[in-house]
Design a protein around this ligand. Sequence first.
Ligand SMILES: C[S@@+](CC[C@H](N)C(=O)[O-])C[C@H]1O[C@@H](n2cnc3c(N)ncnc32)[C@H](O)[C@@H]1O
Length: 253
Amino acid sequence: MSLTFTPPHHDLTYMAPLSEQRADRLVSFLAAGQPGSVLDIGCGWAALLLRVLEAVPDAVGEGIDLDQEAISHGQSVAVLRGLTDRVDLHVDDARDLAGGWDAVICIGASQVWGAPVEEAQPLPYAAAFAALRALVSPGGRVVYGDGIWSSPPTPAAIAPLAGREDEFRTLGEVVDLAVAAGFAPLAAHEASLDEWDVFESGYAAAYARWLAEHDADDPDVAQVRELADRQRTAYFSGYRGVLGLGYLELLAV
Ligand SMILES: C[S@@+](CC[C@H](N)C(=O)[O-])C[C@H]1O[C@@H](n2cnc3c(N)ncnc32)[C@H](O)[C@@H]1O
């Protein structure tokens, strides 16, 4: 029988290193364009999209993700917040979307336009920016969040990731790729170490809770300890402070 853990939304507000303060800023950026339509690609449980719709009462939104559990959670939050008539959250592959959106969110989901994560390829930033640019008209607003190197990659940092120094680019290089694809960046910033610690802790929490709720002689204890140890070591002895998350507030030009 496969192990079951509490879902990520139990311990995380967003499935990304993103504080409420930074989320406020991203919502304000999108809301300032008074969008009529907002698309969230790889939305997870669509926490940011739902906040944008609350900030822009006339807007309608669509969120797409492959993860049924995350979409179901987002749908139940939309019910609680009275947003069901303005938001469509559904399970689908976001690769082939048509344009015409006023605003688009894409955080941690550029793999939509690249090779499967298991193939350990460099992030497809350029393909993502080209696809995003095709989804909006000039003046359209895009919030893009993606992995970056915060500091030069070390062997210990890349080992638990894709094992290659070219998996990510620096924030400056990613901004250049956005400009080359037809965007003007209004702002670029990156998640703090505190946002990363909160995010990684949120993932580790499910293992900690499982271990606390099961007897020490449960046959699955060793496997769960191993999962927890691997995640903790990958972060604290590996990519902490090296892997970053860059956020770009982009205007289509
Ligand atoms: C790191 S999570 C980010 C979730 C959300 N954007 C957030 O910030 O909370 C990336 C999400 O992209 C989704 N995803 C990956 N490939 C996808 C695809 N081809 N189509 C739709 N969603 C995809 C995953 O299921 C996952 O929920």
